[in-house]
Design a protein around this ligand. Structure first.
Ligand SMILES: *[C@@H]1O[C@H](CO)[C@@H](O)[C@H](O)[C@H]1NC(C)=O
Ligand SMILES: *[C@@H]1O[C@H](CO)[C@@H](O)[C@H](O)[C@H]1NC(C)=O
Ligand SMILES: *[C@@H]1O[C@H](CO)[C@@H](O)[C@H](O)[C@H]1NC(C)=O
Ligand SMILES: *[C@@H]1O[C@H](CO)[C@@H](O)[C@H](O)[C@H]1NC(C)=O
Ligand SMILES: *[C@@H]1O[C@H](CO)[C@@H](O)[C@H](O)[C@H]1NC(C)=O
Ligand SMILES: *[C@@H]1O[C@H](CO)[C@@H](O)[C@H](O)[C@H]1NC(C)=O
Ligand SMILES: *[C@@H]1O[C@H](CO)[C@@H](O)[C@H](O)[C@H]1NC(C)=O
Ligand SMILES: *[C@@H]1O[C@H](CO)[C@@H](O)[C@H](O)[C@H]1NC(C)=O
Ligand SMILES: *[C@@H]1O[C@H](CO)[C@@H](O)[C@H](O)[C@H]1NC(C)=O
Ligand SMILES: *[C@@H]1O[C@H](CO)[C@@H](O)[C@H](O)[C@H]1NC(C)=O
Ligand SMILES: *[C@@H]1O[C@H](CO)[C@@H](O)[C@H](O)[C@H]1NC(C)=O
Length: 442
């Protein structure tokens, strides 16, 4: 009897029609279709053509950085699904915010801009280079320009190094060093290093990472903390708040360093530690959660977009360090399912606990939950995009040695790859169900 009930439960879990946006994690077509609705919803919030609006930005109450994150999410969408309909909207949006010095410091933002915000846009430019958007030189140049500006701002006079949060001395955040700025700088350096093979970038990636550890912004248990004030504490009074995207930015940077050093043991140790702690801190009931604010329903508009960036960068990390797939993919899969269940025709809920669906409360911050859901759902496609979907380098599309793909082979083998994703996603689901069935098998 128990056995029958358990098996029925298993069957229900595998085939149940979902409540929110339909998503069968075993079907590439279904994943693409769900991603397509979510992308269309997200683009709908970017009303750049409305009267009084500025290209490349989101309307109030969104911060400038969130538009950069939105474009980065849509680049990933284009890269993973092959749906290029938003590419020109994304290119126009990114280029409209480069400012007169082509460094992502437009006049309308520069006074209040943070190093983390500027780096968010540079990371989107880096994604455009890696996804081989038209005119790769231009995207690489933007990413490199911001990298060099951040190098100039590296401040050894206080806290033995590190980037400050904000840029100008009249802004409060000038007197605080934060993990987001330093982590984004680290990630940017690691990806530039992979893309170009230029050692200047990897040297700085090492410097930025080692400084973060020595300051205790990443502690010995691999918690990633927010940052610390400079003047009062010389960065010793670390604020212990943890945000998911900050852990994510370090994880993907470490995975890139692991990859380009051919599995160097320093980076493997860091990657194992960061994954272990991050997956335990930021996932609850197998769904990603912004621990600092979700439970208390105190997420700001900014915070609502954070866990999507974690999902995006975890999926990227698996590509750079395939050995992490067994640990990471089950949680990406269950989160994607939970996210899809939390979305409906009106939008997505931030809360993936199975009790919420559609836009939360009064609708403040709809963009963030939409970025979150799309990032986790489309992240499942990395397996299908497979080795031919790797981010490009200066040498063009990276194709792994054992890939069977040629120009036509890529198409021919797509069915096989689809089975692959179905198998793996199915396994992830099975494993989670089997966990609760173990007692009767034994
Ligand atoms: C704005 O309008 C132009 C011209 O009609 C169009 O090409 C562009 O895609 C629109 N942008 C957005 C964000 O809707
Ligand atoms: C935004 O960019 C589009 C495409 O380049 C252009 O048609 C439109 O006029 C721009 N809108 C504003 C408000 O500048
Ligand atoms: C700066 O913002 C104002 C007000 O939103 C807008 O009218 C103007 O076009 C923006 N400037 C630039 C260079 O985009
Ligand atoms: C490509 O980017 C370069 C560097 O920013 C720029 O000079 C050139 O005009 C761009 N070419 C096209 C076709 O947009
Ligand atoms: C600040 O901390 C660094 C170590 O991170 C130390 O080398 C330096 O002497 C300290 N400076 C002050 C003013 O305490
Ligand atoms: C690009 O190709 C050259 C020649 O094969 C190689 O030496 C270089 O390492 C490659 N660079 C990257 C970043 O893959
Ligand atoms: C490597 O990158 C740095 C930083 O942009 C640059 O200054 C240097 O010229 C590059 N080296 C080569 C060989 O391209
Ligand atoms: C680096 O990434 C490529 C592409 O996923 C992968 O084939 C290779 O095994 C990775 N290197 C290491 C050391 O894991
Ligand atoms: C993972 O983290 C837990 C505590 O969070 C710790 O007990 C365990 O040793 C860690 N495992 C590894 C492999 O680092
Ligand atoms: C909507 O809710 C948020 C958070 O609960 C609150 O800060 C904001 O003032 C509300 N906005 C409106 C227009 O009611
Ligand atoms: C392909 O993978 C197999 C098994 O991992 C390995 O033995 C073989 O050397 C690889 N072939 C190439 C061309 O890298």
């Amino acid at each position: 009897m128990v056995r029958v009930i358990q098996l029925l439960a298993l069957a229900a879990l595998s085939f149940a029609p979902v409540n929110g946006i339909e998503l069968d994690v075993n079907s590439v077509d279904s994943i693409k279709s769900a991603a397509s609705s979510l992308a269309s919803q997200l683009v709908g919030y970017y009303t750049a053509n409305s009267t009084g609006r500025e290209n490349g930005t989101l309307p109030s109450p969104y911060s400038w950085w969130e538009a950069g994150a939105l474009f980065d999410t849509l680049i990933q969408y284009s890269h993973l699904t092959g749906d290029t309909q938003y590419n020109s909207l994304v290119s126009t949006g990114l280029l409209s915010q480069v400012g007169k010095n082509s460094d992502f410091m437009p006049v309308n933002q520069s006074a209040t801009e943070g190093n983390d915000g500027q780096a968010t846009w540079a990371l989107a430019a880096m994604s455009a280079a890696e996804a081989q958007f038209t005119n790769g030189t231009q995207w690489l140049a933007l990413a490199d320009t911001v990298f060099n500006i951040l190098v100039q701002r590296w401040d050894s006079a206080t806290c033995s190094g590190g980037l400050r949060w904000q840029i100008y001395s009249f802004a409060q955040g000038f007197y605080y060093k934060n993990s987001a700025s330093n982590g984004h700088f680290f990630q940017l350096a690691s990806r530039l290093a992979r893309y170009t093979g230029n050692a200047t970038y990897s040297t700085w990636a090492n410097t930025a990472y080692d400084w973060t550890k020595s300051t205790g912004f990443i502690d010995s248990k691999f918690n990633v903390y927010d940052g610390a004030p400079i003047v009062s504490s010389n960065c010793t009074d670390v604020s212990k708040v943890q945000y998911s995207y900050v852990a994510g930015t370090y994880i993907t940077g470490v995975a890139h360093m692991y990859n380009i050093t051919n599995g160097n043991s320093k980076w493997k140790t860091e990657l194992d530690g960061l994954l272990n702690q991050t997956l335990s801190v930021f996932f609850s009931n197998k769904a990603a959660t912004e621990v600092a604010c979700e439970k208390s329903d105190a997420c700001t508009v900014d915070m609502m977009a954070m866990k999507g960036l974690l999902g995006h960068w975890l999926a990227d990390a698996v590509q750079m360090a395939p050995y992490t797939a067994n640990t990471v993919l089950p949680l990406l899969t269950s989160s994607a399912q939970a996210a899809a269940n939390a979305c409906d025709g009106t939008g997505c809920s931030l809360f993936w606990d199975g009790k919420h669906m559609g836009i939360d409360g009064n609708g403040t911050g709809v963009v963030g939950p939409s970025i979150d859901a799309l990032s986790f759902v489309q992240g499942l496609l990395w397996q299908e995009a497979g080795l031919t979907g790797l981010p490009a380098t200066v040498n063009g599309t990276a194709v792994a040695a054992n890939s069977t793909s040629t120009a036509s082979g890529a198409v021919a083998s797509s069915t096989k790859k689809s089975d692959g994703v179905a198998m793996r996603a199915g396994m992830a689901l099975l494993v989670s169900v089997l966990g609760s069935m173990m007692w009767f098998v034994l």
